[in-house]
Design a protein around this ligand. Structure first.
Ligand code: B12
Length: 254
């Protein structure tokens, strides 16, 4: 289907009908004017025949809407390039063997949720013994030493601890995105590492539901991991990157 017809649009009841559902909140008190505003907005989103199928007054002059419409846009798959991390993902056993055979020492990882962010579950999914989706976390890897600093860690504290621990990799989780606070915070961390003269000695990784590899690289990181990431994907990236660079973390630079 992909080769024969690379141009796609949403599929609802039948192919190419463009049917989509949207939900959003407008700062307008519930009523006819609010529903009309919602429909007008949906038209501007490129949705033909917009309908409000559900609305609820949220109080304080806010109304939540669920709407249906027919998307008038389409996407040509042939024009797309998918930014992704290169390289094969190794499993738990293969990563540990790789570290023993190629690096010959334990890999030290320091992780934190930085700034005001208190969403630790994502980072714990990657670092904790239990891991995520049946995939062991990095604490379970015998060839890794993990320091998880938890939530709301200032960038300065993270950098100081990474240096102290002789970190090979810094793992940052940023979940809250309000007013792009995650972007500012991640940029500051990359700048701080540069200013301290230690950026190139560490593999710098960001993760969270609004993080993509492309975005993270733009912000000065080596890699970014989004929703559904499993620990072995992260472990594979770290060990291969260390092998590629032949860096030994902070410990040789002190
Ligand atoms: C649980 C939760 C909380 C808990 C957090 C508990 C904890 N210890 O983590 C509590 C109740 C504390 C909380 C508080 C708040 N929350 Co909250 N919370 C959630 C919720 C329901 C689930 C998040 C979660 O844990 N997902 C499960 C993990 C496993 O998924 P994940 O984070 O995506 O992680 C995966 C990947 O992203 C990636 N990953 C993540 N981090 C990292 C790091 C690295 C290094 C790597 C490699 C990969 C990686 O790997 C993980 C596994 O695949 C989400 C809504 C939702 N359904 O997502 C809202 C949500 C994130 N919260 C939100 C908000 C607004 C808040 C508050 C501001 C609410 C308030 N007004 O007080 C506060 C902020 C607190 C703070 N200072 O940060 C918003 C954020 C909106 C936005 N645009 O940013 C959300 C989206 C809810 C919403 N729809 O409004 N929250």
């Amino acid at each position: 289907m992909h080769e024969a017809d690379p141009v796609v649009r949403p599929y609802g009841d039948r192919r190419d009908d463009g049917a989509v559902q949207v939900s959003f909140t407008l700062p307008v008190r519930a009523g006819e004017l609010a529903s009309e505003a919602a429909r007008a907005l949906m038209r501007k989103m490129g949705l033909a025949s917009p309908q409000v199928v559900f609305s609820r007054d949220l109080g304080e002059g806010l109304t939540f809407f669920v709407g249906y419409g027919r998307c008038t846009h389409q996407v040509d798959l042939a024009t797309l390039e998918v930014p992704r991390l290169q390289g094969e993902v190794m499993d738990f056993g293969a990563v540990n063997r790789f570290v023993r055979e190629r690096l010959g020492r334990k890999v030290v990882v320091v992780g934190a949720c930085t700034g005001t962010d208190a969403h630790t579950l994502g980072l714990d999914a990657i670092l904790s013994m239990k891991g995520f989706a049946g995939d062991y976390g990095l604490e379970r890897y015998p060839e890794f030493r993990v320091v998880n600093l938890g939530s709301q860690v200032p960038n300065e504290t993270l950098v100081a601890r990474a240096v102290e621990e002789g970190a090979d990799a810094i793992l940052v989780s940023q979940v809250v995105t309000m007013r792009d606070v995650h972007l500012a915070n991640l940029t500051r961390l990359a700048e701080l590492l540069e200013a301290e003269g230690v950026r190139e000695r560490v593999v710098l990784i960001a993760g969270g539901p609004r993080i993509s590899h492309e975005l993270a690289v733009e912000l000065g990181f080596d890699a970014g991991f989004g929703p559904g990431t499993t620990p072995s994907q992260v472990a594979s990236f770290i060990v291969k990157e260390l092998d590629r660079r032949r860096v030994t973390g902070f410990r040789d630079g002190r």
